[in-house]
Structure formats: C-alpha cells, structure tokens
Design a protein around this ligand. Structure first.
Ligand SMILES: [Ca+2]
Length: 400
C-alpha cells in the first residue's frame, strides 16, 4: 500500500500533501500496517475537516476481508502472540506464554536464552509526547537459571539508536522467586520511539516475566498496554475492525481509495494487457471490501511501447482512436506493429455497450489476439462496431 495521505482541507485552496507510509501487507506485517491505519484513522477522527486520498493495493484489502489464503501466508501465524508486544533476539532463544509463567492473572511470559547476544519481548512506543519526562519502568522477574534476566529501555531518533540512551534494571538471581525491579529513566529530547523490553543477555538464562509497568513519574499515567500479558491473539491478516472503520470513512466521503494494482509497472516491465486485467480485478476487490457499487480508476501509467520507424501512422497513436459513445470503453494501449497499429480497449463499467471504434487512416480493422496478430476482419475502412460486456478487453489491429 502506497499510503499517500493527501489531506484535503475543506477550503479547496488548502491542500496538504503528506507523504505517509509505504507499507501494507505487500511490504510489512499486519502489526505495522494496523498501526499505520490506526494513526491515520485517529487523525481523521480528531480533525473532522480533513479528507484523505489513499492508494491501497488490492491485496491488502482482500486479505483484510478474507484472511490468509495461501500456505506461505500462514507461516508465523500459527502461534499465539502477545497483543502489542514483539518477541525476538540474536542467537538461540525460546519464547512461551502460559499459566505456569504467571505471577498474577492467567498468563505470564517465559524467555529462554541459550546463546548469542540477547532475547527479549519489546513494546515500541511513540516517544514524542513524553520527551523530557521521567518515566518509571518496573516489573516482576523470576529466574530459574542464570543471572541474565532484567528490564531494559532505550530510545531512537529518526536516524537510529540514541547513544547513551539505554538503561537497565538490576539482574535477577536464579532463586526461583519473583523479584520486583524498578528504575527511573528520562526520555531524551530527540526521541522518536522508545523501546521498553523484558530482556535476557550476558549468559544462558531461563526466566519468567509478568506485570510490567511504564509510568510517567509526574502524573502516574500508565503507558504500557498489556503489561500483565493477559491478552493474546493468533495473528491473522484478516482485520474486519479496521476494514469497518475504513468503510465508514469511505461512506462518509472522507476517504477516497485510488488506484493500486497487484504489481508496480516500473519502467514498463509489466505489459498493458496485465495492467488492464489487474484493474478489472482491483475494481472488484475494492467494491467487495468497501461494499461500494462501482469502483473505477487508474493509478499507474499504461505501457506505451516505443514507436517503430516502419509505420505511416502518426507518432501519437492514442490520438488516432475515437470511441462512441464517449467513455464507454477505455483505450488502454495503442502502438505501432508491423504495417499497422494495435489498439487495446477495455470496458471497466457495468452493463453491455455497443461501441463504434474509429481508427483514423485505417484501411481495415481486425480483431486480434493478445499480441496484435490479426484474427478476423471486422470492417473495411476506419470504423468498426463492437459489443462490449463489463470487464471485457478487446485487442484490435488496424492496417494502413
Ligand atoms: Ca499476567
């Protein structure tokens, strides 16, 4: 999803063009995509005079509606995940959630660190609101083996890790008892994201964690959600919650979804036939996901093949083609081939239409195959009448 947040103020003079975020399921996982959606939707809720135009790829919309379809999409989505927390590490490590690791409630977290640099669970958070504030990071740790378990926090700016920003709690002794650890930490003035973590490093360690808290010292406000590890979910690409929110904005006319295809025809690597067929599918995908009657649009330039020298037609082949009724079909391609030109037409609209196609200067018009090879003569002279169904794509060859 190339999420171009083109935010339109109510006055048509005030257009704020914001480069948003290049992601969606094509590039990022569902966690990052959801966060981007939430931020945008919250912004739209907070500022009701704003409108947004988004380019969303159809793949993202389809998966939000239907969930995983292919086996490869299920990899990594078969285990329960803690809501809001990411798990990871460098080296050999294990992660589990369960009742036997809990201090309170139904669930706690176990981390096992065998070898390498570290393992952790991490909760990245926007830091901009908390710059300069003193935070209190605390939690309970129970170690069964090794003294590597601790709480850790650091901050990143736009470029990466802020040197000197890291701080860690004391390390917990392996006595099989719950220990409360706590420390104060000041959010750096340049921080963009902070990373509170339950972490193991230094030596092989088996430890349980529960009831983590990150509070603003001054106000007592709790910043961590799911610090008690009680909420988990089996990850899925399906996301009806955000799809419903998106539908609401579309219905209200506050979000417009434009274009988007399954591929990016950069440098014209994708043929025009493919692009046109993608748009037929894209319109259906958008209509189904958004529950709208009629979607249409172009996002990517359609490939114009380079003109060859052996043609007597004018250089701009598109200008030679006229259709009646106007806009009953889209002209998706017009390019020279052999001793004529190939014209591709597509009807992305509902219903059937009888279309008169006129190709100026043509001596005859032929129905052609995908590659423009003539199959059947439709007309002598420069005009042919063709019946188009919704979604139909027709390739013609005109001789000169
Ligand atoms: Ca718990």
């Amino acid at each position: 999803m190339l999420l171009l947040a083109l935010l339109l103020f109510q006055s048509p003079q005030e257009v704020y063009y914001a480069w948003g975020w290049h992601g969606g399921y094509y590039l990022t996982d569902e966690v990052a995509t959801r966060e981007a959606f939430d931020r945008l939707f919250d912004l739209l809720d907070a500022l009701p005079h704003l409108k947004a135009v988004l380019e969303i790829e159809p793949y993202t919309l389809e998966r939000m509606l239907h969930g995983e379809k292919f086996e490869v999409e299920r990899i990594g989505r078969n285990q329960p995940q803690l809501v809001g927390w990411q798990k990871g590490g460098v080296g050999r490590w294990e992660f589990a959630i369960g009742a036997e690791y809990a201090r309170r409630g139904k669930l706690g977290v176990r981390l096992i660190f065998h070898e390498g640099e570290f393992t952790h669970i991490c909760r990245p958070m926007d830091a901009t609101m908390w710059r300069g504030k003193t935070l209190i990071f605390s939690g309970y740790i129970r170690s069964h083996k090794g003294t590597g378990a601790h709480l850790y926090i650091d901050a990143w700016d736009e470029r990466g890790f802020i040197a000197g920003s890291s701080r860690m709690s004391e390390r917990v002794a392996p006595d099989g008892k719950w220990h409360f650890v706590s420390f104060e930490w000041i959010v750096p003035q340049t921080a963009v994201t902070i990373f509170p973590q339950a972490k193991i490093a230094f030596e092989p360690t088996v430890a349980d964690f529960d009831d983590l808290s990150l509070k603003v010292k001054e106000t007592g406000e709790e910043l961590l959600t799911n610090g008690d590890f009680e909420r988990y979910e089996v990850p899925t690409l399906k996301d009806m919650k955000r799809l419903e929110r998106l539908r609401k904005f579309v219905k209200e006319g506050r979000v417009e979804i434009v274009g988007g295809a399954y591929t990016q025809p950069i440098m014209f690597t994708i043929g025009d036939e493919s692009v046109v067929r993608q748009f037929v599918l894209v319109c259906k995908a958008v209509e189904e996901a958004m529950v709208v009657q009629h979607a249409e649009g172009f996002a990517q330039p359609l490939a114009l093949l380079p003109a060859t020298s052996k043609t007597s037609f004018e250089a701009n082949e598109f200008s030679l083609v006229k259709v009646e009724p106007e806009n009953s079909v889209a002209i998706s391609a017009a390019y020279p081939s052999r001793d004529g030109i190939v014209v591709r037409l597509w009807r992305p609209y509902e219903g059937v239409a009888k279309v008169r196609v006129q190709i100026n200067g043509a001596k005859s018009v032929w129905l052609a195959d995908l590659f423009g090879k003539p199959q059947k003569q439709l007309a002598r002279g420069e005009a042919a009448t063709i019946e188009f169904k919704c979604g139909e794509i027709v390739t013609l060859f005109a001789t000169n």
